[in-house]
Design a protein around this ligand. Structure first.
Ligand code: SF4
Length: 339
């Protein structure tokens, strides 16, 4: 490793690790200019930093580092059973970022990655070339599936590049999921009806307890409203629903608040779904011992962890009954375990 700058204190990402291979990539050059107050350290491969043994996910969560790297191999992965593919046979998620600025207690990334740091793959042109091979058929790509790309958009510009790419291909549909309040970078972009911006919403009490470093409910609703007003298709996702003693009051109040601020007819869709995860990711969460979410007595079926059937049914019934007071059932998507 070689340090190539000695800066003063930056606000975000005190250290920028850069693979030698991408030093001359235009995206890297832009990022280094943006991070003029960060220590830039040249490395051979991102795994030297990201996969280092004995890292503490919890400790790194409060002081994340950014790694710029070249992705070798596939960017696209088949959509998983934990998410909605909206009927597309071609449904993929794109992995152009590893890690997330936010720090949710229920996040499976804690079980997936050895580090809380963020890796940005700068060779997005290779991702686009891979996507293009699928576009003879309608294709849905979730560009923010195991990260939150909009949260980091002001630094990376990746979402805008995806939107420009999608503009050129009639068969390409994008879902951009976020908890960010950051709609500003997209304000100047012409809305594309094949793109859905999807905000994850939780009651403010749940945000404060489990979704650390994320924007407040009010800020998310404001960003979603701005996107709707600008002409974007917006899906609001009350998903994952976290079951607590106050579950009913909290989520009913959330739905009331949502539809007070966002007229139902302006909403593209509403998604409802309770917490679920793979059993192996839950095992990793338990080892970290950070949150009561990891220790709930879940039911397990085919490697998938969910709330016991009666609770899962109660969650869905409660939310559906409330939501349908405002929005037709046809606009509601629900996630349910397949029996
Ligand atoms: S916003 Fe999503 S990806 Fe980021 S920490 Fe939370 S659950 Fe994980």
């Amino acid at each position: 490793m070689k340090s190539i700058s000695q800066p003063s204190s930056p606000k975000l990402f005190s250290h920028l690790y850069v693979e030698k291979k991408v030093l001359e990539h235009p995206q890297t050059i832009k990022m280094i200019e943006k991070f003029d107050r960060s220590h830039v350290i040249v490395i051979d491969h991102y795994k030297e930093v990201f996969n280092r043994p004995n890292q503490s996910f919890a400790a790194q969560s409060t002081a994340k580092k950014l790694i710029l790297a070249h992705k070798e191999g596939k960017f696209l992965h088949n959509g998983s059973q934990y998410s909605d593919g909206f009927g597309f046979e071609n449904f993929f998620y794109a992995s152009t970022l590893m890690g997330c600025l936010y720090d949710c207690d229920y996040c499976y990334l804690q079980g997936l990655y050895p580090s809380a740091n963020t890796v940005l793959f700068v060779n997005l042109e290779d991702a686009f070339a891979e996507v293009a091979t699928h576009l003879s058929n309608p294709t849905l790509i979730a560009t923010s599936y195991d990260t939150d790309t909009l949260a980091i958009e002001s630094l990376t510009g990746q979402t805008i590049q995806w939107l420009e790419f999608a503009e050129r291909y009639e068969t390409l549909h994008l879902e951009i999921r976020t908890k960010s309040a950051n709609f500003k970078p997209l304000e100047m972009i012409t809305p594309n009806k094949r793109v859905t911006l999807a905000w994850t919403l939780s009651p403010q009490t749940i945000i404060e307890r489990y979704e650390h470093a994320t924007p407040s409910l009010d800020a998310r609703l404001k960003a979603a409203k701005n996107a709707i007003d600008a002409g974007w298709n917006v899906r609001l996702c009350i998903d994952p629903v976290i079951y607590t003693e106050q579950f009913e009051a909290l989520y009913v109040e959330l739905i009331d608040k949502l539809f007070t601020q966002i007229p139902a007819h302006t909403l593209h869709q509403l998604t409802l779904g309770s917490f679920r995860m793979s059993q192996s990711h839950l095992r990793s969460l338990k080892k970290l011992r950070r949150s009561d979410i990891a220790f709930y007595p879940y039911s397990v079926k085919d490697e998938m962890v969910t709330y016991p059937e009666a609770i899962e049914a109660r969650i869905l019934e409660t939310l559906l009954a409330k939501a349908t007071q405002f929005i037709p059932l046809g606009k509601i998507r629900t996630w349910q375990r397949q029996s």
